[in-house]
Design a protein around this ligand. Structure first.
Ligand SMILES: Cc1ncc(COP(=O)(O)O)c(C=O)c1O
Length: 363
C-alpha cells in the first residue's frame, strides 16, 4: 500500500490510526455484528457512540456547560442561513448583523444572510484579493447589530485572525471550518462557533455548532424550516432525524486521537512548527513565494505561486507524480495551496519542501 501526501483543502487527510481502526470495525462494530453505517441511529449501541463523541469533544475543547454542541447536516454552508434565521428571531432582535468579509466563505455567508436580514459588510479585504485580515480593533459595528460575523481561517486565501475582532459587546459568530481543533478555542469568546468537519476532523457533510444556550430561540420561528431551527436539534440531542451517523463516529475517533496527542495546545505547537518549515522556505526561495501578508498567515492553508502560470502547472503535475497530491490552488487564486491539517505529518511537509527545493534547482 502506498499512501500519498495529501495536501487537499477538504475533504482532507485523516489520521491513519483512525482510518485503520474504522476499517477493523467495518464488518462488526464491537460485537454488534454490524458496521456503524448499517445500525439504527435509535439503537443503544449508536446512542453510546454519539454520547461519547459529544463528551470527548466537550472535554477536548473545554466547552462550558451553558453551550450546546450540535451535530448538524448541510455542511457549513447550511449554517450561513441558519445563523441569521435563529439569531435574528431572538426577542428584541433588530434583524441587523455586521459581517467582516475576508474571503469567499465569509462573502457567501454575508450574501446568504442578506436574503433574510439587513446584513452589512463592515470591513473587507477584497481590495487586495483577500490577502490580509483588516484591522478589527475599531470597526463601525452598528449599535443595534444582533451579531458580528467572521470566518476565522480563510481556506482559499490562507489568512487567519491572530486576534478576535473587537465586536463592541456584540455576539461573535465564527466559522472555524478550516482551523477546527487545530489549536485551542476559547469558547467563552463566542456566541456561536461552528465548522464543517471535512478538513481537520472527519468526513464531509457534518457540521459541529457550539452555541451559547441563550442564543437558541426558545419559541418556534414561524418563517424558519424546522430543520434549520437550532432548537429542533438541541431538544433532540442532535437526533431529531437520522444524523450523519458515520461522520459522527469517525469524528469521535479523531477526538480520542487528538487527546492521545496531548490535546489542542499540543496540536497548535505541532501545526505551527509544521507550517514554519514551509514558510521559512517560501521566504528564502527565489522561485516560489507566499501570497499572504506575513502577519496574517494561516498555519493551516498555505498558498504560494511561482509567478508563471505555466510553471505553476508544471510544478503541480510533477508534484503529483512524486506523490504530493491536491496542491493546485483554488481557481479564484491560482498557483498552489498546501493544506497542513492536523493529520498531515511533519515528514510530509519536510518531503514537500525537499521536492520544491529540487524543482527550484532545476528551474
Ligand atoms: C471556511 C469555510 N467555510 C465554509 C465552507 C463550506 O463548507 P461546506 O462545503 O461544508 O458547506 C468551507 C468549505 O471549504 C470553508 O472552507
Amino acid at each position: 500500500m502506498a499512501r500519498v501526501y495529501n495536501f487537499s483543502a477538504g475533504p482532507a487527510v485523516l489520521p491513519e490510526e483512525v482510518l485503520a481502526e474504522c476499517a477493523s470495525e467495518m464488518l462488526d462494530y464491537k460485537g454488534s455484528g454490524q458496521s456503524v453505517m448499517e445500525m439504527s441511529h435509535r439503537s443503544a449501541v449508536y446512542q453510546a457512540i454519539i454520547d461519547d463523541a459529544e463528551a470527548d469533544f466537550r472535554e477536548l475543547v473545554g466547552v462550558p456547560e451553558n453551550y450546546k454542541v450540535l451535530f448538524l447536516q448541510g455542511g457549513a454552508s447550511q449554517q450561513f442561513s441558519a445563523i441569521p434565521m435563529n439569531l435574528c428571531a431572538l426577542p428584541g432582535a433588530s434583524r441587523k448583523a455586521d459581517y467582516i468579509v475576508t474571503g469567499q466563505w465569509a462573502k457567501k455567508a454575508y450574501q446568504e444572510a442578506s436574503r433574510f436580514i439587513d446584513a452589512q459588510a463592515i470591513a473587507s479585504s477584497a481590495d487586495q484579493t483577500f490577502s490580509y485580515i483588516p484591522d478589527c480593533t475599531d470597526l463601525p459595528v452598528r449599535d443595534d447589530a444582533d451579531y458580528v460575523y467572521i470566518c476565522e481561517n480563510n481556506t482559499i486565501y490562507g489568512t487567519a485572525y491572530k486576534e478576535l475582532p473587537n465586536t463592541k459587546g456584540k455576539v461573535l459568530v465564527s466559522d472555524v471550518s478550516s482551523m477546527f481543533l487545530s489549536q485551542p478555542h476559547d469558547i467563552t469568546r463566542y456566541g456561536v462557533m461552528y465548522g464543517g468537519v471535512q478538513k481537520n476532523v472527519g468526513p464531509a457533510g457534518l457540521v459541529i455548532s457550539v452555541i451559547r444556550e441563550d442564543l437558541i430561540p426558545a419559541e418556534e420561528i414561524p418563517s424558519c424550516p424546522t430543520m434549520l431551527e437550532w432548537k429542533t436539534q438541541a431538544d433532540a440531542g442532535s437526533l431529531y432525524n437520522t444524523p450523519n451517523c458515520w461522520a459522527i463516529y469517525v469524528c469521535g475517533k479523531v477526538f480520542k486521537w487528538l487527546m492521545s496527542k496531548g490535546g489542542l495546545a499540543a496540536m497548535k505547537e505541532y501545526n505551527t512548527a509544521k507550517a514554519q518549515i514551509l514558510y521559512d522556505y517560501l521566504d528564502e526561495s527565489k522561485l516560489f513565494k507566499g501570497t499572504v501578508r506575513t502577519c496574517d498567515r494561516s498555519i493551516m492553508n498555505v498558498p504560494f505561486i511561482t509567478g508563471s502560470k505555466e510553471l505553476d502547472a508544471e510544478f503541480v503535475k510533477a508534484a503529483e507524480a512524486a506523490g504530493f497530491v491536491n496542491l493546485k490552488g483554488h481557481r479564484s487564486v491560482g498557483g498552489m495551496r498546501a493544506s497542513l491539517y492536523n493529520a498531515m505529518p511533519v515528514e510530509g511537509v519536510e518531503a514537500l519542501v525537499a521536492f520544491m527545493k529540487d524543482f527550484e534547482a532545476k528551474h
